[in-house]
Design a protein around this ligand. Structure first.
Ligand SMILES: Cc1cc2nc3c(=O)[nH]c(=O)nc-3n(C[C@H](O)[C@H](O)[C@H](O)COP(=O)(O)OP(=O)(O)OC[C@H]3O[C@@H](n4cnc5c(N)ncnc54)[C@H](O)[C@@H]3O)c2cc1C
Length: 394
């Protein structure tokens, strides 16, 4: 315990000294750092902050030091997180490598793969995207058809992925490919790491209803991939794929548990509705706001308790589906409410008559609809909860 208190003090003073002032408090989405070969920094402090944090391995605090991680225990990592929150330090790096690929490489990768890929993820040198979904394989992911055929020391990969978030900005893709075409569908899938700069890889962006284009169709045509890029056993990719999804669902729900950077619901209500006495006159809206605030807080505390109950090093389990499902529904409900509070000001898309913050809320309301699809739809989460959490029969 004394050690932990010492660690807290050291961490606090290090953060106070090294976290640039501009990396504290709310930050625009445009200043988020995703790293990668083509990274550019709108704010030079973002680069400095990433370099300082990654030099200590604190972009991936619990990963072992030999792979450039922080080597922290779960308790120490929690202290680091608390101290960062206390100073309102922004995350130095947002990365699918840290939240999704890294944890499964630590569990299933060989030594060479860990040494090759993990340090570059920690330092934000490589940006990864996720190649799971295909036009005919979403919820029924095991139906995927992208083929990988061994030819000498390389796999030759052909096929198409879809909804690949940030494929056009990423350096590498972790892909599910079919290597056993004649086996039952779950048994013929492998987990392959592919450099997006390889000849034969191309992407085309897809536009979302919100107007943003964060994801792409990804095409692979006779792409040659060294066979050492196979993670885990040949045709053993399904187990890795499912494990990675638990990490993905867990990180999605954690995002819903973080306090919003935008104005709180109370602030929006006061600003857009006539509340002369400080109380919302519309009792229906008032109780919706109160209910939402309570549910958000309960969810945040439940996430926190669950993280504390999880045994050190065990990572998320099937319960990640419960949090993903509930967090998604809560977030969608919150955006519906925000739009109700905005009234006519929530009807803008672009142009005059609307403040930038209002336009962002409207677009994010539309974006929130995707929450119940990404990382597996809400119906699929309910199926997993029924089978794997509640143990109900088929
Ligand atoms: C914002 C966003 C980002 C994404 N990013 C990525 C990414 O980076 N990489 C990637 O690989 N994919 C990504 N996806 C794709 C996502 O994983 C799939 O869209 C999702 O798994 C659903 O697949 P689908 O779109 O093919 O829908 P379908 O599987 O065709 O589902 C259609 C409808 O049928 C329902 N349904 C299907 N099967 C069942 C069942 N067994 N029981 C009950 N209902 C069922 C679904 O719930 C849904 O309502 C992203 C999606 C979104 C929205």
């Amino acid at each position: 315990m004394a050690d932990l208190e010492g660690f807290r003090e050291e961490t606090r003073s290090w953060l106070e000294e090294h976290c640039p002032a501009s990396k504290r408090g709310p930050q625009a989405d445009t200043e988020e750092v995703w790293g990668g070969r083509r990274v550019s920094y709108k704010n030079p402090d973002s680069k400095l902050w990433l370099e300082r944090m990654s030099a200590r391995g604190w972009t991936a605090p619990t990963w072992p030091k030999e792979y450039a991680g922080g080597g922290l225990s779960q308790d120490e990592a929690k202290i680091l997180q608390q101290e960062m929150q206390r100073l309102r330090c922004r995350l130095p790096l947002i990365s699918f490598g840290i939240s999704m690929l890294g944890p499964v490489l630590l569990e299933f990768g060989n030594e060479e793969q860990k040494r090759e890929y993990l340090p570059k993820i920690v330092r934000g040198e490589t940006r990864w995207c996720q190649g799971y979904s295909e036009p005919g394989a979403g919820s029924d992911l095991a139906s995927l058809q992208m083929r990988a055929v061994l030819d000498g020391d390389e796999y030759v990969v052909n096929g198409q992925k879809i909804w690949t978030s940030y494929a056009d900005k990423s350096d590498w893709i972790f892909c599910l490919v079919r290597t056993g075409p004649d086996t039952p569908k779950h048994d013929g899938i492998s987990f392959l790491l592919i450099d997006m700069a390889s000849p034969g890889v191309s992407t085309t962006p897809i536009r979302l209803i919100s107007g943003y284009s964060p994801f792409c169709q990804t095409f692979l045509e006779d792409v040659r991939v060294p066979k050492q890029n196979l993670v885990g056993p040949l045709n053993g990719g399904w187990t890795i794929a499912k494990r990675l999804l638990q990490f993905e669902r867990s990180v999605i729900s954690e995002g819903f548990g973080v306090s919003p950077r935008k104005r709180s619901l109370e602030e929006l209500a006061r600003r857009y509705l006539d509340c002369p006495s400080g109380t919302l006159p519309d009792s229906l809206l008032r109780s919706r706001v109160a209910q939402q605030i309570m549910e958000d807080e309960c969810f945040r505390l439940t996430l926190k308790r669950s993280a504390e109950e999880t045994k050190a090093g065990q990572g998320p389990g099937p319960a990640s589906s419960m949090f993903k499902y509930y967090g998604t529904e809560l977030n969608k409900q919150k955006y519906e409410l925000m739009l109700s509070l905005l009234g006519m000001q929530g009807l803008g898309w672009e142009g005059e008559g609307f403040e930038p913050e209002e336009l962002v809320i409207t677009r994010e309301w539309l974006r929130s609809k995707g929450n119940s699809i990404e990382g597996g739809t809400s119906e699929i989460q309910l199926n997993i909860i029924a089978k794997r959490v509640l143990g109900l029969p088929d």
